[in-house]
Design a protein around this ligand. Sequence first.
Ligand SMILES: Nc1nc2c(c(=O)[nH]1)N[C@H]1C(S)=C(S)[C@@H](COP(=O)(O)O)O[C@H]1N2
Ligand SMILES: [Mo]
Length: 402
Amino acid sequence: MVRLPGRSLLTRPLPRPPGLLRLGPLRAEAFSSRLHDERVAARLGLWLGITFSICFVTGLISHGIQHPPSWFLWPSRPVNLYRFTQGLHVLTGLASIPLLLAKLWTVYPKLWEWPPLRDVAHAVERASLFLLVAGATFQLFTGLINIAYWYPFRFFFTTTHYWTAWITMGALVVHVGTKIAVSRRALSRSSPDGPDGSDGSAEPGLSRRGLLTTVGLASAAIVAVFAGSTVPGLRRLTLLAPRRPDIGPQGLPVNKTARAAKVVGTARDPAYRLTVGGAGATTLSMSLDELRAMPRTTSALPIACVEGWSAPGVWTGVRLRDVLDRVGARPDARVRVESLEKGGLYRSTTLNPAHARDPLTLLATELHGEELDIDHGYPCRLITPNQPGVLQTKWVTRVTVL
Ligand SMILES: Nc1nc2c(c(=O)[nH]1)N[C@H]1C(S)=C(S)[C@@H](COP(=O)(O)O)O[C@H]1N2
Ligand SMILES: [Mo]
């Protein structure tokens, strides 16, 4: 067998720092609680592995929809799929908060491991752990303040959250790789405590099982008080969610108001026109009355915000595909929909043909049987099946065939 030269370099012991530095937390028996335990750490690690994986995959889906690479085709059905994946994203993120705090507390004595760096492999492992802890903490904290609509940072949330997710998951894979044997062993010891639920010591205080139960309940409680912002049956429990899905004009929350978007004047202007045109198409300019005079239909479609809240709506308006057919657009063309809003990240949406041509996709002028409230996009807004709220452009004034 060939011996890899790199191997010996990685595992050759590094010089040990002098023993007289072993003071305070560096002392041999500095941490005595039975809760700083491999079995507790392994169990919490398993739960975190599950929540982080679901959170990562659903996050990638959401990112893919908003910044689609050429191979990524998000379908327009089932209409509630995004609502479901994004609800899971936010809920698994929230559930991870108590799990991560407990996990960090359980393992923090390892920060003072002696010797600090045994060999190069150990140094690399500790560096990846630093990335994991920093990345995971950053993701959960920024995610939380984002759903609370608090943006104290200079950086743009989505880009940072996306790239930090890759770094964190990379570090997590390395961590699982280095710990899998230890975890397996720890988890296969049937229970974190003895068969009778005690941990076999006379030590008073919280048992290992007690800690795990408490942490599990804390996660469940956070999920329960937030879930009502997306699961209709849990509304009455909605204590913490920044958006209640049934509060707002016409029974629907508002993300950005017309005033905040600075469109109150242009949206109410009697000279409002909807302009449709673009590649290979004729140009059409319609007043609101002319738009309303086209064949109308009703679609029941949710608004599913990236921040995790979602709410059902019943929208009436003109099918986008009817408008596209009127200007002779190619059926396979992508379509840009633009708002009266002058700036802002969400002033326009580009639809793939599956969404542009879906019979449920509307330029809506009514919500719940009433003329659209100005905060919901009067005179006309886009509503599409199975898309994030950020792509449901309000105050639409232009449709361009690409
Ligand atoms: N022009 C424009 N349209 C927009 C937005 C915006 O900021 N500007 N916000 C979007 C977001 S993030 C969401 S969640 C939905 C919310 O729609 P609603 O306010 O009618 O509930 O509108 C979308 N449409
Ligand atoms: Mo949103």
